[in-house]
Design a protein around this ligand. Structure first.
Ligand code: LLP
Length: 423
């Protein structure tokens, strides 16, 4: 069988494989639910971006929030990426996998003093600052630490990119970034900040954006802003165009990395700054599947429900964003397709992976794979309903390993206490 164009999950003799490994064999060994990631897909997606943007040699800061499994991060560090981080936890994970801190940028609208201090200590490349009070706080902390700190201002280009309302970040109705007027004042008045160098501009307009146009509009706006700054004598050394590249979940036809580059690169001609990119979903999304087991088939006379052992606590995207994820049987079956809802065991109607989906009639004990679950899958998992989070597996060629153990009940009650006054 030919390789799938976007990932390394494919059928051989009716069995779903991840690279050279049979998905059902992994699921039987680890139990379900389980996330399975392909090393090859991860690396190939980094390469696609690097290749497309080769002429400007960007710093690729993988947005760790999409999937921060340590083995995934290690894979990406080896493939040469840095990281876009948003918390102390993410900073520490970057350290654990030996990231080059000169390729680490730190976004977040609410950085705490501790996070700022630790990131200064670690020597990250840039803070992506999201408000004036945050900038003043970094100036204060850097002063106390006697350090000079590099800063990019995340500007809000006031753009309404076409994507789900909850992941659209580029307009002034949202909490992100600094309005252009304030940002300009801060850049121009930067002599007032003795411990900061304001030499970067950052934008990120949202996620799962499938067309180049919104990016182009935002980038053009940012470039016009950079031109104004240069007229004011401010030198911009880093331009960070964020993440947001959309992927195929269903029938989207997102721009490829090459097509994206073809639209973006001409806009950057002749510019001296270093380009930074923060792809998350593009790298991890199609590199992972979520495997779950059929528990029961229920028919209430009106509807059929396929009840599986994974729930919205494991993969929240369908309930949170009405997101579509392809669902396939791990072993192909000749059984006749039926229309049903694929649901988890959790006590909410929102715990639904698919509505009115045509799937072959499956029996309890059989495995299903929910595709394109590598980004914002495990990363957003919770313990709702006192359910331990799933295991995670990384496949490389014919090898595979559990890279995150399934949580046990002991993990779930660690730190919980019933105080004496209740006795
Ligand atoms: N840079 C910044 C500053 C971001 O906030 C994000 C994502 C990224 C980069 C990476 O964006 P990506 O390339 O992955 O689109 N949980 C949602 C997505 C939330 C995105 C948050 N920020 C989902 O499951 O669709």
């Amino acid at each position: 069988m030919n390789k799938h164009p976007i990932h390394d999950f494919q059928y051989k003799n009716g069995e779903l494989y991840c690279e050279g490994v049979k998905v059902s064999a992994v699921a039987k060994k680890t139990g379900t639910p389980v996330y399975i990631y392909s090393h090859k897909t991860l690396v190939e997606h980094v390469e696609k971006i690097r290749e497309a943007f080769r002429e400007v040699n960007p710093i690729i800061c993988y947005a760790m929030k999409a999937n921060s499994n340590l083995a995934v991060l290690k894979t990406l560090v080896s493939a040469g990426t840095g990281f876009d981080i948003v918390s102390l936890g993410e900073l520490k994970k970057a350290g654990m996998v030996g990231a080059d801190m000169k390729k680490v940028v730190f976004a977040s609208v609410g950085k705490t003093d501790e996070e700022i201090m630790e990131a200064i200590k670690a020597g990250i490349l840039l803070f992506n600052v999201e408000s004036k009070p945050e900038l003043l706080n970094i100036e204060r902390i850097a002063g106390k630490m006697k350090k000079k700190v590099r800063v990019a201002l995340r500007i809000n280009p006031d753009i309404d990119a076409p994507t789900h309302e909850k992941i659209n970040t580029g307009s002034l109705k949202k909490k992100f970034g600094i309005d252009l007027c304030t940002a300009r004042e801060l850049f121009v008045g930067q002599k007032a900040f003795r411990n900061l160098t304001l030499n970067g501009v950052h934008i990120h307009i949202g996620s799962q954006i499938t067309k180049a146009e919104p990016f182009m509009v935002a980038i053009e706006k940012a470039l016009a802003f950079i031109d104004e700054l240069e007229q004011d004598g401010v030198r911009i050394e880093y331009f960070n165009i964020g993440g947001g590249l959309g992927i195929i979940y269903k029938d989207e036809t997102p721009q490829t990395a090459a097509a994206y580059a073809k639209k973006i690169l001409p806009l950057l001609k002749g510019r001296k700054f270093r380009l930074i990119m923060e792809p998350g979903r593009f790298i991890a999304g199609n590199a992972g599947v979520f495997v779950t087991k059929v528990l029961y088939l229920k028919d209430n006379g009106v509807k059929k429900f396929l009840i599986v052992d994974g729930g919205m606590n494991d993969l929240v995207r369908p309930s949170m964003y009405e997101a579509y994820h392809e669902i396939v049987p791990v072993r192909k079956t000749a059984a006749r397709p039926v229309e049903l809802d694929v649901v988890g065991p959790i006590c909410e109607s929102g715990d639904t992976f698919a509505k009115a989906r045509r799937l072959p009639q499956m029996k309890s004990g059989e495995f299903l794979a929910i595709l394109s679950a590598g980004a914002y899958g495990y990363a957003m998992a919770s313990n709702y309903n006192v359910r331990g989070r799933a295991a995670e597996v990384l496949v490389k060629g014919n090898k595979w390993a559990v890279v995150q153990e399934r949580e046990t009940f002991k993990d779930l009650v660690r730190g919980a206490k019933v105080p004496g006054f209740l006795r």
